[in-house]
Design a binder for this molecule. Structure first.
Ligand SMILES: [Fe+2]
Ligand SMILES: [Fe+2]
Length: 269
């Protein structure tokens, strides 16, 4: 693992950065997830650090420090992405980000560390599940992307998510043992996916509402059809991989590297 400092011309990008506007919009709605959840994860890892032994757990602590640095970079650049959306016709997108963040703040204040780590693993396990979709072409193809800065941002992010995919998993197992870690990821982790997915779906409804204000009835119908196709295609791309966390011996370290992984990271070495 290493820390990288890529730059993307996010402010100069368009919200409709690929030929398939509806697929881009669904992805843009998902953009409200990283900044709040990554700020949350950094706080959760700082709490977990206090439970670990500086000597016996030195390697894991090093990984956690690198994890936090990478997530810090991710949320910084993803905040620019939300700024770009807000400045280009979607000013209320920040309200959807804030609503999600308020929930996470509440979880941090009211739930125990094991619960919050389980929530974090629900998100982190989605990285390896979706990595091939992002890094090997299917999502790029679905969006009709031609090398946009927004797609490059997501691809760099997903490559680093793949790189640090084991950290939250390993902390869970180290602190609570295999059985409790399994229980947490299949209950709280599964809840997390639905929870942040619901927030993204609400953001998507807002983005589509703005786009459709200026459309005729026929255009709205066609756009809605393309939107449904985008949701189905995106669900299919992750496919069975989302079931990995329900396997008792799930180990993100054993997930095969996506074909495009090294080439993406090499751009930012
Ligand atoms: Fe991240
Ligand atoms: Fe991550």
């Amino acid at each position: 693992m290493e820390i990288r400092f890529p730059t993307f011309d996010i402010a100069g990008a368009s919200p409709h950065w690929g030929d398939n506007v509806e697929a881009c919009t669904v992805i843009n709605a998902g953009g409200i997830i990283p900044p709040p959840i990554e700020r949350y994860l950094i706080k959760v890892m700082r709490l977990a650090k206090k439970e670990l032994d500086p000597v016996a757990d030195a390697d894991l602590l090093d990984d956690m420090a690198m994890f936090n640095k990478q997530e810090g970079q991710h949320f910084k650049l993803h905040a620019e992405y939300l700024d770009m959306l807000a400045a280009n016709g979607y000013p209320r997108i920040k309200e959807y980000e804030a609503a999600f963040e308020a929930d996470l703040d509440e979880f941090l204040a009211t739930k125990d560390l094991d619960w919050n780590l389980g929530y974090g693993e629900g998100f982190e396990s989605s990285g390896p599940a979706l990595a091939s979709g992002w890094l090997d072409g299917p999502i790029q193809e679905l969006c009709g992307d031609h090398g946009s800065e927004i797609m490059r941002l997501w691809m760099w992010h997903l490559a680093e998510e793949f790189e640090h995919r084991s950290v939250v998993h390993d902390v869970l197992h180290r602190l609570y043992g295999d059985d409790r870690a399994f229980e947490l990821r299949t209950t709280v982790g599964e809840f997390a996916r639905g929870h942040y997915g619901d927030h993204a779906a609400k953001a998507a409804a807002y983005l589509f509402e703005v786009d459709r204000e200026s459309m005729t009835e026929d255009e709205v119908a066609a756009s809605t059809e393309r939107e449904m196709a985008a949701w189905v295609a995106l669900g299919t791309i992750g496919g069975d991989n989302f079931g990995w966390i329900h396997q008792r011996d799930y180990d993100p370290a054993k997930v095969p590297e996506p074909a495009g992984y090294s080439a993406v990271l090499a751009q930012y070495a």
